[in-house]
Design a protein around this ligand. Structure first.
Ligand code: SF4
Ligand code: SF4
Length: 384
């Protein structure tokens, strides 16, 4: 941890004000249509202070709480990719002219965002997107532009939703890097505060304008206790040990088809996933044929057209598409990028209309393989 201070919740507006003075567009948790989502946050009053969420497969509910908490709600269906890699991004416009047509670039200058309330799993998700879009040879210019200007206020998780499993994916309830400021909520009915940890020179500079106090030893001990309690509540949801090798051996396991028989191929899981980044290019024209637009649009491996090549689709069955989604997240991504593509945020579980739970699916495959002794003799570690 860097230098630590405490901030009263009542002073939090100063953080927003300081960011806005520096030209940032602040994005943070706000309540919209019964869900806490990330959206424009111009005033502290917009923070959802009195609600917490209950999440389970296919289910999201908010309930009122008596102890105020700014970050009482866990990740909702909006992830930070909505801002870093937005949907429907204009690429080029073509406009008819008297002697033909003119092509003009429609790329807009990148916004200067401040993300407020980025959880540790989502910090890992942003780092994963960086690996694909900012650190790869074919880096995507608009992503890189937004990413370079980004200010991150992270928040440590002092509770977990029933769908969270970050501990299994090594993405932890505690933010260790990748932020400018990191907050840990110190809940208290009469005097709610944050512990603030500085992560960069920009974070230090901002905090100097905010009314703070030095953190005490009891504050630090309380935070430690809250973070270990959070980790404990998540334990055992997914056993990631040797999962890649296990799934590669069990591509024909009957549970893929069983799960696919419930899957609607709606693609919700890929839309809400903070690391799913596939896009397509959509061309549209107006009805008079005067103007045409080319846009980059989010796509999903659940769409039949996603793998259409000459002669047909590579993954025509839902079984193949669901298995591809899971394998990419927990196995093939490791071959591509040296790390899993899943950060354990649980969004795909909550927002699946069929209540399909990726941890339950791979857990069932592992358990049945263990019961039937498949590959055990080859040294795979079978557990829960
Ligand atoms: S696969 Fe599911 S749990 Fe994993 S990062 Fe994506 S949405 Fe989160
Ligand atoms: S797993 Fe769930 S969210 Fe994903 S495509 Fe199937 S039904 Fe939709």
């Amino acid at each position: 941890m860097g230098a630590t201070h405490t901030i009263r919740i009542t002073e939090f507006q100063q953080v927003i004000n300081g960011l806005r003075r520096r030209g940032y567009r602040c994005i943070g948790p706000v309540l919209r249509q019964g869900v806490v989502v990330y959206d424009d946050l111009s005033r502290g009053e917009l923070l959802p202070l009195t609600v917490a969420d209950r999440q389970s497969p296919g289910c999201y509910r908010l309930e009122n709480v008596s102890v105020p908490a700014v970050f009482g709600a866990h990740p909702g269906y909006v992830s930070w990719k909505t801002f870093l890699l937005p949907n429907d991004v204009p690429i080029v416009d073509a406009v008819r002219t008297s002697d033909g047509f003119a092509i003009r670039s429609a790329v807009v200058p990148p916004e200067k965002y401040a993300f407020i309330g980025v959880r540790p799993c989502d910090l890992h998700a942003i780092d994963t997107l960086d690996q694909v879009f900012a650190k790869s040879p074919g880096s995507v210019i608009d992503y890189t532009g937004r990413r370079k200007k980004l200010f991150v206020v992270a928040v440590n998780c002092t509770s977990s939703a029933d769908t969270c499993f970050c501990d299994a994916m090594g993405t932890d309830p505690e933010a260790l890097s990748g932020y400018d400021l990191c907050l840990t909520e110190l809940p208290d009915r009469s005097d709610p505060r944050f512990l603030a940890t500085i992560g960069s020179a920009a974070g230090k500079n901002l905090l100097e304008e905010v009314k703070t106090e030095s953190a005490t030893l009891p504050d630090l001990q309380k935070v430690r206790g809250l973070l270990s309690d959070t980790e404990r509540t998540m334990a055992g949801k997914l056993n990631f040990a040797d999962l890649k090798a296990l799934l590669y051996e069990l591509l024909d396991h009957s549970h893929w088809a069983d799960t696919a028989s419930r899957c609607l191929a709606c693609g919700n899981c890929t839309m809400v996933c903070p690391t799913c980044f596939c896009t397509t290019v959509a061309d549209t024209t107006d009805l008079e044929g005067r103007q045409a637009k080319r846009q980059r649009r989010w796509d999903s491996c659940f769409n039949l057209s996603f793998t259409y090549l000459h002669g047909g689709c590579v993954r025509p069955s839902i079984t193949a598409r669901y298995r591809h989604f899971v394998l990419h997240k927990v196995a093939t991504w490791i071959d591509q990028f040296g790390r899993p593509g899943c950060v354990g945020c649980g969004r795909c579980i909550t927002w699946c209309p069929a209540g399909i739970d990726i941890t339950a699916v791979v857990g069932t495959i592992r358990r049945t393989a263990e019961l039937t002794g498949v590959k055990k003799e080859q040294g795979y570690v079978f557990g829960i």
